[in-house]
Design a binder for this molecule. Structure first.
Ligand code: DON
Length: 351
């Protein structure tokens, strides 16, 4: 038999046995989404969005946390991680910024892991407040007082649900959970923590107000301190996109293959993101973009495209509600170009 024939046979044998061979990488053990997008298509749209919005100077860095006012407002990074672990990036995607309110999504998920979704719904709720994220008026006015896990009051109450023998154990549980969602070890940006801890009188007031209504479940000031730490965790845009892709991938981190969040909890989390992820900008966001997303005053936003992946954008200048201007623009643009809006039949292939 000629070499050519042998080569052909070997290729054929390899093709037949390949699917049953044990895999060496965790990633190949992850069930692959049948709807993950194609790299070339996504990369072209990311490039377009980057070019279109990079010179937009609208918005202003948050300054009520002194550290955030000093972050370079020109930083701009876009990262997409798909459910089959393709990573598409542009711009400043290795700069570590504070996760801020985006942390609230993962503390909500951790509380659900421990207590179950029903208990979290009962103890916190999932109603939009229609008020700024730090509003004491919402705590007084709303029947639940906590509102939802993404306004500061609801978030501090959610953090208070995380159990541990002391504050340190609770904090380590939270940090470890975020790291598993990101697929790599995350850490505290100490300067952000110190800056926020020195100025967070408003959050301390919210925690005492929650105590008045019996809607905080551990020591109020200890809970504020752990919450302040969780907001000060550093992530870059790629890590944030991977945290989002874990949700898009039914709770399984697409890089490590680990089931980090229970699959049954994912729809609850995404619905909360849709209702309250951009605070009092959430209604306009759902109207325009139709994707569950979460913002943070550090300048990050992550949006989830269920089954397909997540897009994270980092650009510090914020609008009045506290949401990154450029991040909203980029996600809106990419989502329209790629038909990601979940309320549109085009999102499931309707032509
Ligand atoms: O508690 C605060 O005010 C901040 N650590 C987080 C607020 C936040 O990110 C709201 N975002 N849009």
């Amino acid at each position: 038999m000629s070499i050519r024939n042998w080569t052909g046979k070997l290729v054929l044998i390899a093709a037949i046995i390949a699917p049953s061979l044990p895999s060496t990488s965790a990633r190949s053990q992850t069930p692959r989404s049948p709807v993950a997008p194609r790299r070339e298509v996504v990369a072209a749209v990311v490039q377009e969005a980057y070019d279109k919005f990079r010179n937009d100077n609208n918005g202003k860095n948050a300054d009520y946390i002194p550290y955030l006012a000093k972050v370079d407002s020109k930083l701009f990074g876009i990262a997409i991680v798909t459910t089959d672990n393709q990573v598409i990036t542009k711009g400043d995607v290795t700069y570590s910024f504070s996760i801020q309110s985006i942390s609230k999504v993962y503390t909500e998920a951790l509380a659900m892991e421990a207590l179950g979704a029903d208990a979290v719904f009962e103890k916190i709720g999932s109603e939009p407040t229609g008020r700024p994220f730090n509003s004491p008026v919402a705590v007084v006015d709303m029947k639940t007082h906590t509102g939802n896990p993404y306004v500061n009051a609801g978030a501090i109450a959610t953090t208070s649900l995380i159990s541990g023998k002391d504050a340190n154990e609770k904090w380590n549980k939270i940090l470890n959970f975020y790291s598993r969602a990101a697929g790599e070890k995350l850490s505290l940006i100490d300067e952000v923590y110190k800056s926020e801890a020195a100025t967070n009188t408003g959050n301390k007031a919210l925690s005492m107000l929650l105590a008045k209504y019996d809607r905080i479940y551990a020591d109020p000031f200890e809970s504020v301190d752990i919450y302040t730490k969780q907001c000060s965790v550093g992530v870059n845009a790629t890590q944030l996109a991977r945290m989002g892709a874990t949700l898009a991938n039914n709770g399984i981190n697409p890089a490590t293959g680990e089931q980090v969040i229970k699959a049954e909890d994912v729809p609850y989390i995404l619905s909360t993101m849709m209702m309250a992820g951009l605070y009092d900008g959430s209604g306009g966001w759902a109207w325009r973009v139709g994707l569950p997303a979460k913002s943070g005053v550090g300048g990050g936003i992550v949006a989830i495209v269920p089954g397909k992946g997540a897009i994270a954008v980092f650009a510090p200048p914020l609008d009045e509600a506290g949401n990154s201007v450029k991040a909203q623009e980029v996600i809106d643009y990419v989502s329209q170009k790629l038909n990601y809006n979940l309320y549109s039949p085009l999102s499931v292939g309707w032509k």
